[in-house]
Design a protein. Structure first.
Length: 115
């Protein structure tokens, strides 16, 4: 089973940008759909954006126009470019397959947006 490791989180002011990376331990070429999820304090984990093997993507309405998902199959890495960040984007961000099924979750990467 391919392991996924998230990185790139941090503390940023509202309006700022971050780029998250999801690096796989093996090839992601055969993985159809991957996505970024987030879990804010006291809330359930939600799917923020997903992308398929061919590069077709979709993002949640709450981040539309601000977040962009991409993947580089040659580098076995998926990205989430986050612009115009808002305090409500504060959460731990995870990457996983879509749907995640019974796959385990990594440590995630924490994003904190200050107002």
């Amino acid at each position: 089973q391919v392991q996924l490791v998230e990185s790139g989180g941090g503390l940023v002011q509202a309006g700022g940008s971050l780029r998250l990376s999801c690096t796989a331990s093996g090839s992601i070429f055969s993985i159809n759909t991957m996505g970024w999820y987030r879990q804010a304090p006291g809330k359930q984990r939600e799917l923020v954006a997903h992308i398929n093997r061919g590069g077709m993507s979709n993002v949640a309405d709450s981040v539309k126009g601000r977040f962009t998902i991409s993947r580089d199959n040659a580098k076995n890495t998926m990205y989430l470019q986050m612009n115009s960040l808002k305090p409500e984007d504060t959460a731990v961000y995870y990457c996983n397959l879509v749907p995640s099924g019974t796959r385990s979750w990594g440590q995630g990467t924490r994003v904190t947006v200050s107002s």
